[in-house]
Design a protein around this ligand. Structure first.
Ligand code: FES
Ligand code: FE2
Length: 394
């Protein structure tokens, strides 16, 4: 069942999805202190493995130094070149691609070619900025703020769930990093309702879960949807998926529940779980009207060996293909939503089934006070009569 008994206001005005002022405030207030998914320990398993990314405009290299992960600035202290232009790889040293300066796990210069030409060298001034890096299961997160919450506090009760669902017995089958031409909140909000499913996913899900078998938890810094698969009697690929997953689980000695859970850890980290699939998605703004989606999907492999291991891997890859298709169906909409937000003359509204979006917008509005003037005009809308079951005013 839903929590709300009436439609809800669209708390954020369209400008919150494109203005530079809003974007800067969100980065400063919401996202700098948050934790952002950058990859998995599987991608960083060997000493010298590295991943690079841009977090809120800051180039970062996450690197395995003899078994210890460090997140350092990827900009050289010599003459500002990116230390590496690769998005991932393995190298024996963290060495700048331009003149070969080398750095250790704390970002201090280790080796400088023709060092005598730079004497006297103040090593404090050439130390790279270091950021906090932390893991949950095999997921690797980075936070830009030195004084923000620990990852365990950021994820709250969900830390234990994720430690298990992305930990031992689970393997990554999908690594997808994609650029979107829209504000970061557009894809976040797109995952918080299934109302769009009949239109956007007609051949995958086909229908959305009915209220009677749906439950929402609306917290102050998270929301959760719980339901069961398939979403509806007429669900298509979704129905086949659930049928196959149940058989796969029995083969692996587990009892299928058909439970589906989607969890949003504010502001920008999303999880979804079926019995045998765990997905984490993080949306990081790259500008007021652009963002990057980082997705890592794991599949259950247990302790299986031999043929069962192979079947588990086939299942994991099949589930990854379905996810890629669903993500592509969603992605096709984002640019149109952004164009609409740029030109909208309406304040927007949210149905009861979209109440998780409302909870998220209330959180954004509460944290980023820059939106207050526009919100006041919408309080009038809140006073209108409730909707009847047909969505008409009573
Ligand atoms: S810019 Fe990196 S070594 Fe010169
Ligand atoms: Fe979707």
């Amino acid at each position: 069942m839903y929590v709300s008994n009436s439609r809800l206001p669209h708390v954020l005005p369209p400008s919150a999805y494109w203005s530079l002022e809003s974007s800067q405030s969100e980065n400063k207030v919401l996202l700098t202190k948050g934790w952002h998914l950058v990859g998995t320990t599987v991608e960083l398993s060997q000493s010298g493995d590295f991943l690079t990314c841009q977090l809120l405009g800051i180039p970062i290299q996450v690197r395995n130094f003899d078994g210890q992960l460090s997140a350092l600035s990827n900009v050289c202290a010599h003459r500002h070149c990116l230390i590496t232009r690769l998005t991932s790889g393995r190298s024996s040293k963290m060495k700048c691609q331009y003149h070969g300066w080398e750095y250790d796990k704390t970002g201090r210069t280790q080796q400088i070619p023709v060092a005598k030409d730079f004497a006297p060298l103040d090593r404090e001034r050439t130390q790279l900025a270091e950021y906090r890096v932390s893991t949950c299961g095999k997921l690797v997160f980075v936070s830009l703020a030195g004084d923000g919450p620990l990852l365990v506090d950021f994820l709250g009760d969900f830390f234990a769930v994720c430690s298990e669902r992305f930990g031992q017995g689970w393997e990554p089958f999908l690594n997808e990093d994609a650029e979107h031409e829209c504000n970061w909140k557009v894809p976040v909000e797109g995952t918080l309702e299934a109302y769009h499913v009949p239109q956007v996913h007609p051949s995958t899900f086909g229908t959305f879960p009915q209220e009677a078998k749906t439950s929402h938890v609306l917290g102050s810094n998270h929301t959760t949807l719980s339901t069961r698969l398939p979403f509806g009697a007429s669900s298509k690929l979704d129905g086949i998926f659930q049928w196959l997953e149940a058989r796969f689980l029995r083969l692996m000695g587990r009892i299928p529940t058909a439970d589906y859970r989607h969890h949003h850890c504010f502001p920008n980290v999303l999880f979804s779980f079926t019995d045998a699939v765990s997905l984490c998605q993080c949306l990081v703004p790259t500008g007021p009207e652009s963002c990057r989606s980082i997705v890592r999907q794991f599949g259950y492999v247990g302790k299986s060996r031999g043929p069962r291991r192979w079947i588990a891997r086939i299942w994991g890859r099949l589930a990854a293909r379905i996810t890629k298709r669903i993500l592509a169906e969603d992605r096709a909409l984002f640019k149109s939503v952004q164009q609409g937000l740029r030109n909208s003359t309406h304040e927007g509204m949210l149905g009861r089934c979209e109440e998780r979006i409302h909870a998220f917008q209330v959180y954004v509005d509460r944290e980023v006070k820059v939106f207050v003037p526009e919100v006041k005009t919408q309080e009038v809308f809140l006073c209108r009569p409730f909707c009847d079951d047909q969505g008409l005013e009573s």
